[in-house]
Design a protein around this ligand. Structure first.
Ligand code: NAP
Length: 317
């Protein structure tokens, strides 16, 4: 029977679906795979379900030139932790789970936008600390999102879902910067550069994939172009934003606040960020809903099933 290695315990429904088709080993640890575990995954299994943090680097593939493993069915849409070129050279197919994550991740972007603009985290901390002395007209005044302009960096599936929510749900103006032209069924202004976008918006939302191409895309120059009243939201990957430059921009008051779901050196979050009142920090909650994780898991099983039946995989990367 085909042997599959599941690198984290996935929801019950997913494990059941996988076990109905394959001889599945479920690793019980919830942290990233070690190098030794990745080596075993490549040499002892026909297929692997890796996820965020499992660093399948070129070195790992080079160290195992004739792997038994023929498919990495990644659990997640982001696959910047896998060197896809090196995997291909080693004869390994890589798949992911696009679509299943889109709405849930866009919802978390809106959660962060609202929390940052309306100072929700700061307010909750104040109340929990027993320091709330009652409503008054000038307490905790934030920025109302209605009528403001959101700028989307990377207008792909999630970026478009965020733009749609902003336009239809909050009456916001939408601007964006993307590599290729986009056509939407609601008004959205394309900006010629990232800096031009940063200058023009009240909220800048990062929704590009991680990887070498987008590493530190949001740097001191982009942050410096933002308005002092603007907020930065990152639901993409931590290292798309240069964290040190962000801390500096917040400390100097170059921007009003930030809402983050991902971190450059995840799960490490700098103490300076934690100490800042105008920063909302979520622990990578983008897709964290049972139904979403089940759908993602069932997509990985479908990719494995198609692959081992010699059919085209539904979600190659
Ligand atoms: P997608 O549909 O591929 O969209 C990505 C968009 O980014 C595309 O429009 C792409 O442009 C654009 N882009 C890529 N490189 C760019 C660059 N260098 N400059 C400007 N734009 C660039 O992907 P998605 O499904 O929306 O997911 C986006 C990312 O979100 C994932 O890769 C993942 O890392 C992250 N994510 C995070 C969470 C979370 O839990 N926080 C959950 C899900 C996903 P083109 O259209 O021209 O290709």
């Amino acid at each position: 029977m085909t042997k599959v290695f599941m690198a984290r315990p996935l929801p019950e429904e997913v494990q059941t679906a996988a076990k109905a088709l394959f001889d599945v080993t479920v690793r019980q640890d919830t942290g990233p795979l070690t190098e030794a575990e990745m080596a075993t995954a490549l040499t002892d299994y026909d297929g692997v379900i890796p996820t965020l943090g499992d660093l399948f680097s070129a070195e790992i593939f080079a160290a195992h030139p004739n792997p038994r493993c023929r498919i990495l069915a990644n659990f997640g849409v982001g696959f910047n932790h896998i060197d896809v070129g090196a995997a291909r050279q080693a004869g390994i197919v890589v798949t992911n789970t696009p679509g299943a994550v889109t709405d849930a991740t866009a919802d978390v972007a809106l959660t962060l936008m609202l929390m940052s603009a309306r100072r929700a985290g700061e307010g909750e901390r104040l109340l929990r600390a027993g320091q709330w002395e009652g409503w008054h007209p000038t307490q905790l005044l934030g920025m109302h999102l209605g009528g403001k302009t959101v700028g989307i960096v990377g207008l792909g599936r999630i970026g478009q879902a965020i733009a749609r929510r902003c336009h239809f749900g909050f009456g916001m103006n939408v601007a964006y910067h993307s590599r290729s032209p986009k056509s939407l069924d609601f008004p959205a202004v394309a900006k010629e550069s990232l800096v031009a976008l940063a200058e023009a918006v009240d909220v800048l939302v990062v929704a590009v994939p991680g990887g070498d191409e987008t590493h530190h895309l949001i740097d001191a120059e982009v942050l410096g172009a933002m308005r002092a009243s603007a907020h930065l939201i990152n639901i993409a990957r931590g290292n798309v934003v240069e964290e040190a430059a962000l801390i500096n921009a917040l400390a100097l008051g170059q921007i009003a606040g930030a809402g983050l779901d991902v971190y450059e050196f995840e799960p490490k979050v700098p103490e300076t960020l934690i100490a800042m009142e105008n920063v909302t920090l979520l622990p990578h909650l983008g897709t964290a809903a049972l139904g979403v994780r089940e759908e993602m898991g069932l997509m990985t099983v479908k990719n494995l099933d198609a692959f081992f039946k010699d059919q085209p995989v539904p979600n190659p990367v």
